[in-house]
Design a protein around this ligand. Structure first.
Ligand code: RAM
Length: 334
């Protein structure tokens, strides 16, 4: 009798485990591969993914290389493809170096999403691009924010991330376009574009070199959260904040002390958290068949409202950049 009960218990247990296993297998698994580890910007994006997955029911994991070189994400994509995840969401370090491995992932049925930056010129190698903001606004908006503070006059420089970063290069091209085409900016002269590789130390060295090489430098745009924080630190340390106006894309938490002490007046960004949230809803919807991945499709994300898939399967999380300054920075915590 005891044996029978034990056996019954055992088989019941097995049946239960099998059911739970089947349920787990049905859950969409998402892996997010940011540019590199150690950048607080991506922590907010990850939090958005995690909260989204908690709501819509997906398994989430983050895997990233230590540095943001063009090819550093390849082994991660390959490993996740072999693992058989449902979705690879990636913030690409190169517009073209990942084509082959992403194609292999897609041929295995994995949904490939470019997140926070697109595969510029190679959109056929991903299923959709989820961007934090309308990227056509970033470059012009940064140039205007700097120009308005330097009387639209003088030598300026850009402190970027890596030379291959597709997001950075899209914005830099648009900055150059604005400077060249808008008569308002005729007296602003771009003298250099430097690359800090989204590494705090290299960004610091590059900023120091710009200051040394261009004694008449009036302004710097650093459209990377790592770069702008390092640049602000350099200006503060050298006491050069009055001479050189800095702006860029930064996180409120990293930039707060520099806003408070007047090292810089204003910078911009968007909500990386919302971008992660949106991506989890979109990914699960597409995998479950409730969202048709076609331009023109609309879907709801609680808190964000109605989202539309645009041309080239590009989805913008918000339309305009948010500007942070002494007046509003304390309302933000990321
Ligand atoms: C850095 C990264 C990231 C970019 C932000 C603004 O954290 O380069 O890709 O979106 O800055």
């Amino acid at each position: 009798m005891l044996r029978k009960t034990l056996l019954l218990g055992l088989s019941l247990g097995l049946a239960l485990t099998a059911a739970v296993g089947a349920q787990a297998a049905d859950k969409v698994s998402i892996v997010y591969i940011p540019k590199n580890t150690g950048n607080p910007y991506f922590d907010s994006l990850v939090k958005g993914f995690q909260d989204g997955c908690a709501k819509v029911g997906c398994d989430f994991d983050m895997q990233a290389p230590a540095t943001a070189e063009a090819t550093s994400q390849i082994p991660f994509i390959t490993a996740q493809t072999q693992r058989g995840v449902g979705v690879i969401a990636i913030s690409p370090n190169s517009p073209d170096a990942l084509n082959q491995v992403l194609d292999r992932a897609r041929s295995r049925g994995i949904l490939v999403l470019a997140v926070n930056g697109d595969l510029v010129g190679n959109l056929d190698h991903r299923d959709a691009g989820i961007l934090p903001v309308d990227f056509t606004k970033t470059g012009p908006s940064q140039v205007e924010l700097l120009g308005s503070q330097i009387n639209y006059e003088g030598e300026i420089a850009i402190l970027s991330a890596t030379t291959d970063a597709p997001d950075q290069n899209t914005w830099i091209a648009a900055m150059k376009d604005s400077l060249a085409s808008n008569p308002k900016y005729a007296k602003m002269k771009l003298v250099a574009v430097a690359y800090g590789d989204d590494d705090p130390q290299k960004s610091t060295t590059e900023m120091e070199a710009l200051i040394q090489k261009y004694p008449n430098l009036k302004g710097v745009i650093s459209p990377t959260t790592v770069g702008v924080a390092a640049a602000a630190q350099v200006l503060q340390t050298q006491g050069k904040a009055k001479q050189i106006t800095l702006t860029g894309l930064g996180t409120p938490n990293q930039m707060r002390p520099f806003i408070k002490d007047g090292t810089l007046k204003a910078f911009q960004l968007w909500s990386p958290y919302n971008e992660g949230l949106l991506t989890s809803y979109f990914a699960v919807g597409v995998k479950n068949g409730t969202i048709k991945n076609e331009p023109g499709t609309k879907f709801e994300v609680p808190g964000l409202g109605e989202i539309t898939i645009g041309a080239d399967h590009i989805i913008n999380t918000q339309a305009e950049l948010t500007t942070f300054d002494a007046g509003n920075i304390d309302q933000f915590n990321f």
